[in-house]
Ligand binder design. Structure first.
Ligand code: GUN
Length: 292
């Protein structure tokens, strides 16, 4: 069994990006610039955004953080987006989710210029990705593909079962894994909270991608021996013994499932770190105009 090391691979991706930035600087080009919009004070969102800004600094990208408190109105957020869309110095930006409930997330995402949508959440990017056209691919699924590539995981003809149909992970993951490309060419089953006999289906998975947000939901009896198990879950669970008062838990019961899997991602130290690395990659593509 091989533990897929997201820490090592994300550091590799970021080191490669830094080399690209150094080349841009050497020829007097303009350095990629990412902006992040953070509304409210959700603890997990704060730490994700902080890690995105820190990664920009490590790689040599410019970054801008736009913060408003949770009482910001939808109109105010739309105004911020309009300014970022027009700002010629900013190559790409993200609006960290979730947003406060009084803000319509679809309206916000559709207001982002698809050319600057480095999260790949805009319907135009999702549609282009589904058609196999150049598009920003949302960062977490893209990070999973990168892990599969760098560990030479065979995907062609395999049965990939995705658990969870979220717009930002499960749905794009299922589309990407069926494409005629590597990683891809899988037979894909997309399962969700209404799926009947889930265990019968997960037991057929050669590649099991779990993105449900339910800590330790996948147990060893649900996994086929030799399966590749990708755990996208990242939930904060109260734990007084930890310095920050919580532990990060994945959707897979790692200790028992790792005994059956051929490859498995740990939490933390797996997919989560790749999300940030992929966002950085998309920002570089945006600055070079390589998608649009
Ligand atoms: N919330 C959870 N994951 C993500 C992500 O990848 N991007 C944004 N913008 N918000 C998120």
């Amino acid at each position: 069994m091989t533990i897929i090391d997201g820490k090592v691979i994300s550091a590799q991706v970021k080191a490669e990006l830094k080399i690209e930035v150094d080349k841009i600087i050497a020829v007097g080009g303009s350095v990629p610039h990412l902006a992040a919009v953070l509304i409210g004070d959700n603890g997990a969102s704060e730490s994700y955004v902080a890690s995105k800004i820190k990664s920009c600094e490590q790689i040599g990208f410019k970054s801008t953080l736009v913060r408003r408190d949770a009482s910001a109105t939808e109109a105010e957020v739309l105004e911020i987006i309009d300014e970022l869309n027009k700002d010629e110095d900013i190559n790409g930006f993200i609006v960290q989710l979730p947003l406060p409930v009084h803000i319509n997330v679809d309206k916000i995402i559709e207001a982002i210029d698809p050319k600057k949508d480095v999260d790949g959440f805009h319907p135009i990017n999702i549609g282009r990705m589904a058609k196999g056209l150049p598009a920003y691919v949302s960062a977490t699924p893209y990070g999973v593909l990168e892990l599969m590539k760098r560990y030479d995981i065979e995907t062609s003809g395999k049965h990939c079962v995705v658990v969870g149909r979220s717009q930002i992970v499960g749905l794009p993951m299922s589309i990407l894994m069926q494409r005629n490309a590597y990683p891809g060419n899988c037979t894909v089953t997309l399962t969700h909270s209404r799926t009947q006999n889930l265990k019968e289906i997960t037991l057929q998975a050669d590649i099991l991608v779990v993105a449900l947000g339910r800590p330790e939901f996948i147990t060893a009896d649900m996994v086929k021996p030799g399966a590749v198990v990708i755990d996208v879950g990242l939930t904060r669970v109260e734990d007084a013994s930890k310095k920050r008062g919580f532990a990060l838990k994945g959707d897979v019961k790692f200790d028992e499932v790792s005994e059956k899997a051929s490859f498995i991602t740990p939490v933390p130290g797996g997919v989560g770190l790749m999300t940030v690395a992929s966002l950085m990659y998309n920002t570089l593509l945006a600055s070079k105009g390589e998608i649009y």
